[in-house]
Design a protein around this ligand. Structure first.
Ligand code: NAD
Ligand code: 6OD
Length: 500
């Protein structure tokens, strides 16, 4: 379904949202005196005004979440809690077109991506964690005691309490629900602060929570920015019990300092500078198609994207030519024109990506393709589009090879041996993901085990089993979420030692 901006405002946001995206606190949609703009990066037009939460409203949201822990939600049994989370997933499915329209309006992403990844994963996140919590194993230990009677120790998992969820703009619903769903499944309450760039789907989710009867105060939403705004007020709040954050590494540092004050547990999913490795024995066509996806998906704005591509020397030139041809065939444009690739998230982000485009040339890169702002001759020229870009020829210590750019761009380096490429791939401060392409299963396993990352794909990219640990090493994160790892992070284990 394609909606104009007017239709979007009139039909998608049903709960008294008119043209203002509101906060959702203690079961009420609340506006504020400070409104900021939600801009469509396709053409620079206004999607909606957004109500920024001030200190008092963030405090009210945290207090509402705290009280809800002691209310109906705190005593509800697991079966009922899971049924409610399934109802959330079902309601996302029922309002699928609304969620698609909202995500597309905020991001300008291709419809194919939003329909096949972002929104279905939003619903799937609720289903998987609702199912996992029902079958969560418990631990029991028997011990002998001097009196011969013995003791049994067993572990009870309790909610941590109020969870602050701070999320980014690149996969807004997917990444926010990746945290909200296990937090709620584990019995916590949440205060969510979505990115200021993408406030719409978090607001729609508030409507869903209300519709399906999630008790008041369990899901709270505050809009705003980071420093000096809702983000900072939330993570520094004394009654927040833990902070889960996805975003830039330097933001993680700021949040960690703030969380340190109250010794709050943190879970961080941060930036990446991921390697793709293509061995000469790879299925060439599969490796090229997979790498086109891993470099350019979502306009390169996925933390798992490959910005460093290493290709074994005998196939280097052929691979560069093939990737260039595919990159030049990517259809850039408006979502409603059936494009493959939309714009970057904002004009501000484009300035950052363009600064790397200039820097790469200063650092001695050979421009294989791209490197510019495309010109359309229509309203898209007011948007934040940028060309898919490929470089070769940079030194491995060039800033463009070391720093996360977060755009549709990669640098391709030739390599000779397995040992060389392991060293090259690991020579980074980040450690989120890697993708290997080879038909030699033993080599694939051997190399994968040496990757200093949280996830390594063999002959694929971004294939997700939601039960597996997900996260990064080095500057790419702290902790793991996914499956039981999420449930563990969002729970407080209590050991009960019962002496007979
Ligand atoms: P960002 O760090 O700028 O913002 C993320 C969120 O943090 C936003 O909601 C923002 O308002 C908030 N924020 C900013 N400063 C804050 C502060 N001082 N206190 C509290 N909140 C604050 O990130 P972004 O630009 O939205 O997202 C892109 C980045 O996220 C990239 O670096 C990307 O690699 C990373 N990312 C990582 C993963 C992962 O799973 N590892 C997933 C997606 C994105
Ligand atoms: O698939 C996920 O669960 C996940 N957290 C993906 C992160 C993508 C980064 O942009």
């Amino acid at each position: 379904m394609m909606l104009s901006k007017k239709q979007y405002l009139e039909t998608v946001l049903t709960a008294d949202q008119d043209t203002i995206l509101k906060n959702y606190v203690a079961g009420e949609f609340i506006t504020s005196d400070n409104l900021f703009d939600d801009i469509n990066p396709v053409d620079g037009t206004l999607v909606a005004k957004v109500a920024e939460a001030d200190h008092d409203l963030v405090n009210k949201a945290v207090q509402s979440a705290k009280s809800a822990l002691k209310g109906e939600w705190g005593s509800i049994d697991v079966k009922k809690r899971c049924a409610l989370l399934h109802a959330v997933a079902d309601e996302i499915d029922r309002r699928f077109d609304d969620f698609v329209a909202a995500e597309v309006a905020d991001t300008g992403k291709a419809y194919s991506q939003v329909k096949n990844i972002d929104i279905p994963r939003g619903a799937a996140n609720f289903r998987i964690f609702a199912d996992l919590i029902k079958t969560r194993p418990t631990q029991t230990f028997e011990m002998e005691t001097p009196d011969g009677k013995g003791a049994t120790s067993y572990v009870v998992n309790k909610p941590i309490g109020v969870v602050a969820v701070v999320s980014p703009w690149n996969l807004p619903l997917l990444l926010m629900t990746w945290k909200v769903a296990p937090a709620l499944a584990s019995g916590n309450t949440v205060v969510v602060k979505p990115s200021e760039e993408t406030p719409s789907t978090a607001t729609l989710l508030a409507e869903v929570m209300e519709t399906v009867g999630i008790p008041i105060g369990v899901y709270n939403l505050v809009h705003g920015f980071g420093p000096g705004s809702a983000g900072e007020f939330l993570v520094g709040h004394k009654d927040v019990d833990c902070v889960t954050f996805t975003g830039e590494t330097k933001t993680g540092t700021a949040i960690m300092k703030s969380a340190a004050e109250g010794l709050k547990p943190i879970s961080f999913e941060l930036g990446g500078k991921n390697a793709a490795i293509i061995f000469e024995d790879a299925d060439f066509d599969a490796a090229v198609s997979g790498t086109v996806r891993s470099v350019f998906a979502n306009c390169g704005q996925v933390c798992l994207c490959s910005e460093r591509v290493y290709v074994q020397r005998p196939i280097f030139d052929k691979f560069v030519d093939a990737l260039k041809e595919k990159a030049e065939n990517i259809k850039i444009g408006k979502p409603e024109d059936g494009s493959d690739m939309g714009p970057l998230i904002s004009a501000k982000h484009r300035v950052k990506v363009l600064s790397y485009f200039s820097l790469a040339l200063e650092e001695g890169a050979t421009l294989v393709t791209g490197g510019k702002i495309p010109s359309f001759g229509d309203e898209r020229d007011n948007g934040s589009f940028i060309e898919p870009t490929i470089w070769t020829g940079l030194a491995e210590d060039a800033r463009c090879v070391k720093e996360e750019i977060f755009g549709p761009v990669c640098h391709i380096t030739p390599f000779d041996t397995e040992e060389d490429v392991v060293e090259l791939a690991n020579d980074t401060n980040y450690g989120l993901a890697a993708a290997l392409w080879t038909t030699d299963a033993n080599k694939a396993d051997r190399v994968a085990r040496q990757m200093e990352v949280g996830i390594c794909w063999i002959n694929d990219w971004f294939l997700r089993d939601l039960r597996t640990p997900f996260g990064g090493v080095k500057l790419s994160g702290i902790g793991r979420e996914g499956g039981m790892h999420s449930l563990d992070f969002y729970s407080e284990p209590l050991t009960i030692c019962n002496k007979r």
